[in-house]
Design a protein around this ligand. Structure first.
Ligand SMILES: [Cu+2]
Length: 197
């Protein structure tokens, strides 16, 4: 073997050693059932620690603390990912919140779009919202926030709350799909629409 070839091999070995030491990464393969901390479990090759790779082909009982390697043996290089992770987690969470908000605010957010909640509030002699869209058979809660009696009465039949006292509440159900215009029996200028689908 030539002299230069030996030097190259030596330099390569040093390079590999330099890469392996800071990462502290070694590979252990189980040779028999046993405790994690028993060297015999790993064929007498030592015990895998943090950052090491363990190929477990046997029943190995984890009998070591979460961080079996003392802090001074963990190279600074190995701690950097934790710092990056700590910075990334809030960032990812913030992005997730923004995405969730933009997705949930899309349906029905346009002007004049039908509202989804199965609820009607009567306030200042008006039905709010004046148009609601519900699934047929779903209950719709009517709340009278005024100081006087109102009703929610379908123009051509289908539902009628009867008199809802001041600050009172009633429930109506539209069984068949369709568009139901309704009014207040006491104040017939108060009108609204329920669309059941
Ligand atoms: Cu009324």
């Amino acid at each position: 073997m030539s002299r230069s070839s030996s030097i190259v091999r030596l330099l390569t070995s040093c390079l590999l050693l330099a890469v392996a030491i800071p990462l502290g990464a070694a590979t252990f393969t189980s040779s028999q059932n046993g405790n994690w901390s028993a060297s015999s479990t790993w064929g007498g090759a030592g015990v895998p620690g943090a950052g090491d790779t363990a190929n477990v082909g046997h029943t190995v009982t984890l009998d070591v603390p979460d961080d079996p390697i003392p802090n001074e043996r963990v190279p600074a290089v190995a701690r950097i990912p934790s710092v990056l992770l700590a910075a990334l987690v809030p960032l990812v969470a913030a992005v997730a919140v923004v995405i969730t908000l933009s997705v949930t605010s899309e349906p029905g957010s346009g002007v004049g779009a039908p509202t989804r909640p199965n609820a009607i509030t009567i306030k200042n002699f008006a039905f709010l919202p004046a148009r609601v869209e519900v699934k047929a058979g779903a209950a719709i809660t009517v709340t009278n926030a005024d100081g006087v009696v109102h009703t929610v009465t379908a123009d051509r039949g289908g539902f009628d709350t009867g008199r809802i006292d001041a600050s009172g509440r009633a429930t109506i159900t539209v069984d068949a799909p369709g568009k139901y215009a309704y009014h207040c029996e006491v104040h017939n200028y108060m009108t609204g629409v329920i669309e059941a689908t």
